[in-house]
Design a binder for this molecule. Sequence first.
Ligand SMILES: [Zn+2]
Ligand SMILES: [Zn+2]
Length: 480
Amino acid sequence: MRKLPCYPRPYADELFSSWFLRLAHANVQRLPHFTFRITGDSYFWRFDPDRFLRPGLAETLAEVTGLSVDAIHALTLRRYEGKVVTQLPPRAPVRWIMPLYIQGYKRRRPGLSYCPACLREALFLRTHWRLSFVTVCERHACPLQGACPRCQAPYAPQRNDLGLGSDWSTQPEPPFGFCPECRLDLRDTPPRDADPEVLRLQAWLLGGAVSGVLPWPGQGEVPSLEGFDVLHQLLAVVLRQGVQGHLTETCGLAGPERPPQRRNRSFEDFDLPDRRLLLRQLAFLLEDWPHRLLRTCEAAGVTKEPLVVNFRPVPPWYEAVADRLSRANGRRPYKRVPLEPHLTLEELAARRDAAPTPAEQRRWDLIWQYAQQEEPAVLPFVRATGFARNTVVEVVRRYNQGGLESIENWWRGKKNPRRRLLTPEQEEELRRVLARGYMTNAEMADWVEARTGTRPDRSTLWMYRRGVNYHTMEGRRAGT
Ligand SMILES: [Zn+2]
Ligand SMILES: [Zn+2]
């Protein structure tokens, strides 16, 4: 393909789609025509070209503009690979990158943000406007916008020259400054002041997105990918009901006003104003790292689990912080599991001392010890006594539900030994038969039925085959 008459250089931090629009405009061509000529793809704008360039497209653009292929790829969101995102799949949702909510040429929701004051200075799209944590303009200290302030149409400048849009090639400037629905000049939006805490947080994060390292308080520099992983996890913690309650009510930090309906909502599902509020809450949690976070989690009853769930690999420095919640210095409230007042402490001791078998004695002893806790709960009891957790849960449950009977007659109604069909002599005979050669289950069932008149079920057959008394895990192991 021949070189284009005009080929404007990309601005620093310019997004690929922005440069593409400026190319069309500089060459006085309508965007649909220009797009088809360069890409041969009528559906080009129905996908997100800033995430993924079809094979060969960068090469074609290099040919017609003289820019290097690498420089063209660097205009896409791939510049954040290895710094903010591990990998950038063409379409799947990925954390920290805002989706465009494309529907044909339209947008269902705002995804791309813009700064009115930045557009006033230079008409192009900044790549960092696609990052979900970028919600304010550092340059102008004002909040970013995602939609037209008059008609609420999501910001999508290429639509001015696509579909029902007009012929923009004759306009003096590229179409970044106008609402595609109502044609409001978006550069006129009066800026409001941005929250300084959000500005500070964002500057820190953008630094990491560019350099690949994040200076973490008390931790030195961490790889930015690792830091971004931790921060996204912390945003999920911020979104927990208990934490939201604590942050809004006790700490007076406003929370999201329009939570998304999606069940597994993530930070990227929130719109711009709500993301700003969540980042303000995140900045608050990060202060005095990690003490503010730990205090908040303890106050909100959050354990270690939400801090590390679905998070692999957990950076050791972060896991060490999360671990402090699992210990929580014994102050974290355990789930109370009180005993039913069937017997007094003395009566329990008497039962224990009179128990006919060591196993029953052990059960009574467990209950007797359990009953002496001030705050009856399973976990601290297990830690203090060394009883197996499952045993404690089971004994306490059965004592509470079934009373004394169920402790005395532990096996009744439980793993009831199967009634044996064969006499000991018949069993001995069967064992000899089996030792001579293999019998199928059907053959064995016939053999037993012929001698007892009852056809054995499969587990009874299994029992005889293994020569064990019970169909239990012990038997299973003993037989193999
Ligand atoms: Zn700005
Ligand atoms: Zn509008």
